[in-house]
Design a protein around this ligand. Structure first.
Ligand code: SF4
Length: 217
């Protein structure tokens, strides 16, 4: 693979071919906000908060930095008035779903997003897909997924798999940018008791076992 030279916020950087703009920016210490990126997962481009402006072949466009591959002589801007407006609007829409999310509140403060701009629809989920993708790509369990589309899209645990895999895992919970409560809330409804022969000895021997197995954080 060859090296690619590009410019980000007025500074030149050389990165490997195939890297994304987000990776190139991170390699130079430039922070681009994102709510759906995780280094262990395939790029997703779900939240679009990482939108950046690029000049390429005489055209300026807005692209998701986590998805867009670097190109030779690409000129990237990560902070412009237009990008601030885009990020502010996206955050305002997400805040309608998860007004108490710390990750959203921090970004909202930075971009002057108004928590009350859109009517509340506190589903807690901003559809970043981190939990679904982590379970599928890292854990290879596919214990949860999205159901429905558009405004009705929801996260859903698959009870048959969740009852076997989730109660002793829960690695997706801390990834959720709208706090683990959302995952815990959904999981608490979907998670059924593990099969008797898969319970740890402490739980199997006592129905009132007070250990932390199978409890929600
Ligand atoms: S439950 Fe949390 S981690 Fe999963 S898609 Fe929704 S916001 Fe993202």
């Amino acid at each position: 693979m060859s090296d690619i030279l590009l410019q980000i916020d007025g500074r030149e950087v050389t990165v490997r071919e195939g890297a994304t703009i987000l990776e190139a920016a991170q390699s130079m210490g430039i922070s681009i906000p994102t709510l759906c990126h995780h280094e262990k997962l395939e790029p997703y481009g779900g939240c679009r908060v990482c939108s950046v402006e690029v000049d390429s072949r005489g055209r300026t466009s807005v692209v998701a930095a986590c998805l867009h591959p670097v190109e030779q002589d690409l000129v990237v801007r990560t902070r412009t008035k237009k990008l601030e407006r885009i990020r502010k609007s996206l955050l305002e829409m997400m805040l309608a779903h998860a007004p108490d999310s710390e990750a959203l509140q921090e970004l909202a403060q930075e971009y002057g997003a108004d928590k009350a701009r859109f009517e509340k629809d506190a589903s807690f989920c901003i559809h970043c897909g981190l939990c679904v993708r982590y379970c599928a790509e890292v854990k290879k369990k596919n214990a949860l997924g999205f159901i429905d589309r558009g405004a009705r899209k929801e996260i859903c645990f698959i009870p048959e798999i969740a009852s076997r895999e989730c109660w002793d895992c829960k690695e997706c919970f801390p990834l959720c940018p709208t706090s683990a409560l959302q995952a815990a809330f959904v999981l608490s409804k979907a998670l059924i008791a593990p099969p008797e022969d898969e319970k740890p000895a402490c739980c199997a021997s006592s129905s009132s076992c007070a250990c932390s197995h199978g409890t929600l954080p």
